[in-house]
Write a protein that binds this ligand. Structure first.
Ligand SMILES: [Zn+2]
Length: 265
């Protein structure tokens, strides 16, 4: 199986190559950029100015094609893998594709299966933070913050429903806490991949966290949440439009969020 996404596939491999592109000679670096563009153009599903990518590019099987819109499979991970290190202006096609992917992530709405990074609302929100950093267009930060508000409500609802939380980094509260803080600060570094060492929260931390590393997140999730709560007034509400079924799997919740009335995919 040939997978495409950031969690398990092509763009997950492209990401470290782009991060280290300066180590390549000019011809290999240009070839890397060209092949990234060609592969993603060839495999993208374009519709109404939006773009998403299927989980894999194998021979289609009978029945409906599985299409996902989450960091590990789909446009959010493509954007987080390329938006920071694929140079802006290198390829007009790539510039347009990344923006089209961002539009698809926004139109699809928050992720119903979770609020975390890997296949949840916070992970998709990082695509907006990356596009904000790449374009300096505040629209993307507004969208990231709208997703942050929704993710907090999802987190609270899931804790109430199950009576216990998820406390890990990649699908639980820790990842959400980092995302909320990045929405406050307007930063874009994906946890683990880019941002744990740089993270500095301006609050009193436990001993391990005074050095600015991950353990402090356990103690500062609530602080980040409190900071992020102030953003709700500034956030652009999600439109709640539905995404064409050819772009994202039709998996929707029955009603909108209690906080922001956003719909989920
Ligand atoms: Zn996942």
């Amino acid at each position: 199986m040939q997978l495409l996404g950031a969690g398990h596939g092509f763009v997950g491999n492209v990401y470290p190559l782009l991060r280290g592109a300066a180590l390549l000679d000019v011809s290999r670096r240009e070839a890397l950029y060209a092949r990234c563009t060609k592969t993603l153009q060839t495999t993208a599903i374009f519709e109404n100015g939006e773009a998403n990518w299927p989980p894999n590019i194998d021979t289609p099987q009978p029945g409906p094609t599985k299409k996902l819109m989450q960091w590990c499979h789909g446009a959010p991970g493509v954007i987080t893998a390329l938006a920071a290190d694929y140079p802006h202006g290198q390829s007009a096609d790539m510039d347009a594709m990344l923006l089209a992917g961002g539009e698809a992530v926004w139109t699809a709405g928050p992720v119903s299966k979770g609020y975390g990074l890997c296949h949840g609302t916070a992970g998709n929100g990082y695509a907006f933070l990356k596009l904000f950093k790449r374009t300096a267009n505040a629209l993307w930060l507004d969208r990231a913050r709208a997703f942050a508000m929704h993710a907090m409500a999802q987190r609270d609802a899931m804790h109430r429903q199950h009576g216990v939380g998820r406390y890990n980094l990649w699908t639980g509260d820790l990842g959400l806490a980092v995302y909320l803080w990045h929405c406050v600060a307007g930063k874009d570094g994906m946890p683990v991949l880019e941002s744990l060492i740089e993270l500095r929260l301006p609050v009193r931390m436990c001993g391990s966290a005074q050095r600015g590393y991950a353990p402090g997140l356990v103690h500062n999730g609530a602080q980040a949440t409190a900071h992020a709560s102030s953003l709700h007034q500034e956030s652009t509400p999600h439109t709640g439009r539905t995404t064409p079924r050819t772009i994202v799997r039709a998996r929707r919740i029955r009603r909108g969020c209690d906080v922001c009335s956003q719909r989920e995919v």
